[in-house]
Write a new protein. Structure first.
Length: 132
């Protein structure tokens, strides 16, 4: 497996998916990483380096997202073109982990809501008065 984490093209990355979110972690599944590159040209060159290293392009698996997935072995690399989509996914991962969403349909619902284009990457709890 390529040492992609050492790539100079990468701005930031984090773990996601059921191995990262669930407690106890699901071990019989892929290891999912979210990656944002420093620029669009870095994203292009990083994709070329993944192709050269034998990663397969799975394409756009997630609607309402600027992501593209690459796979090699049990690694899924979710590359983001847009910073806002990368941040939305990070917030979804953090919330899913905090609430230990072990049911896949619950994680899908949360991630789908945060991928909505109207979401601006901010999270705030409404005041109690707003709930009444």
């Amino acid at each position: 497996i390529m040492e992609w984490k050492k790539s100079t093209y990468i701005k930031d990355w984090f773990l996601t998916g059921s191995r990262e979110i669930c407690s106890p972690p699901v071990m019989d599944t892929d290891i999912d990483y979210c990656i944002i590159c420093k620029s669009y040209s870095d994203l292009f060159y990083f994709q070329v380096s993944l192709d050269d290293a034998g990663y397969s392009v799975l394409g756009r698996k997630y609607p309402n997202s600027s992501s593209c997935v690459f796979r090699k072995g049990n690694e899924d690399l979710i590359l983001f073109r847009e910073e806002i989509d990368f941040r939305r996914w990070k917030v979804a991962t953090q919330l899913a982990k905090r609430f230990n969403l072990v049911e896949k349909e619950d994680r899908v619902a949360l991630f789908s809501a945060l991928r909505d284009p109207s979401f601006e990457g901010n999270y705030s709890r409404p005041c109690v008065e707003e709930w009444v």
